[in-house]
Design a binder for this molecule. Sequence first.
Ligand SMILES: [Ca+2]
Ligand SMILES: [Ca+2]
Ligand SMILES: [Ca+2]
Length: 459
Amino acid sequence: MIFLRSTLQGRFKPFYLTAFVCAVGFAAELSSKPAEIQASAKRNALAGEFLVKVSSRTSFIDFAQEQNLLVVPQPLLKTSSGDWYKVIDSEGEFDLENFLERGLESGILHAEPNLTWRSLAREVLPGDETDKMGPSPETPTRLPKRPRADPLMSKVWGLGRVAAPTAWNKAVGSERVVVADIDTGVDYNHEDLINNIWRNPGEVPADGKDNDGNGFVDDVVGWDFSNKDNRPWDDNDHGSHTAGTMGATGGNGRGISGVSKRLSIMPLKFLSRYGSGSTEDAIRSINYAVAAGAHILSNSWGGDEYSQALEEAILAAAEKNVLFVAAAGNDFSDNDITPMYPASYQLANIISVAASNSSEQLAEFSNFGSKSVHLAAPGDVIYSTLSSNKYGVMSGTSMACPMVAGAAALLKAYKPDLTATQIKALLMESVDKSPAYDGKVMSGGRLNVARALGLVAGF
Ligand SMILES: [Ca+2]
Ligand SMILES: [Ca+2]
Ligand SMILES: [Ca+2]
């Protein structure tokens, strides 16, 4: 970090961006003006932390120095229209409006608070009591030569509903398809997950070196951006649950199966053991996944405030043909009216998922939106893997999202040259339509994996 001393102190009042003023701007208008700034009393943001987009690093650094701000020297995100930096206000008197108005001449294009986001399961998850680092990743055990039944499959109602077993006659997935689980971490040693965990091919474990030069030391199974270490261990349960839904190992004689029996799950932890995390760490997770070649990002988290930085990170993923699956939210509200981010960004690579229940209705808690939520998937009373080698039930659009991510992985494995937007179109066109979803989601239906796979031949 660079510490910059100030000559101007003690006369800055807090002003903040208002979320929805920006929200109506949509993807086409990513630039921002000081007019978008209004005072707001309450924020879900990290105190004193801001994300700033600049056109010129040098003049920005000079300006920040006047303002007595710490600037993290490595850019958070580089785009064709400017780079994003994290700025820390150690004085607690940061005036965003003043900063932007005066900073325009110094190449500052935008500034926003470092917002916080939360996991989207309905349960209040306690998490572990301790902050201890997770265990070291174990070597996967060899799978049985002939598939053995997964003994707990009768508890998983959603897979039958989306016709996954029928789809498996055609495709079971492939470890070549990488799905990032951007969440609270994953129990990468879980008996039913270990065989489907992504391994960084360029990294030598535990030698204290960054062998592949990606900026992360000994990142053999992903990264923990919440605790800043190389063990993205799940100290909450949420991320292990989403991992199991997309891809618990099928046919290994243990536990359950995910929608994709085979795939590579990349654990990226940015949500804490309490289930919350910052825009900064969400963007770092997205950057990591895209750089490491992930094809699909599963995002069972959100918030109702707009972040331009997050939108630009997802746009950068779109430019690399990466599909971004997002949970629609659990407020039983209309996302067309009250957006839920990241699900509500109007980007071509985002697929927003509502939750359905076993009675083939929209789950009582699920958000919806005929223009902004794409399809429904089972998300109520979902049985899956939990951390510390356990299994259990959770409900939420958090559980529906990885079902769609797993379905996308199955399509990608079946036909590797499918683009992100083709996968999105296939999943939407193949839904089981029902009056229950008509007018609630854009496709008017609920995920059907077998039918989606059947449509692939036409692409
Ligand atoms: Ca590395
Ligand atoms: Ca290493
Ligand atoms: Ca299994």
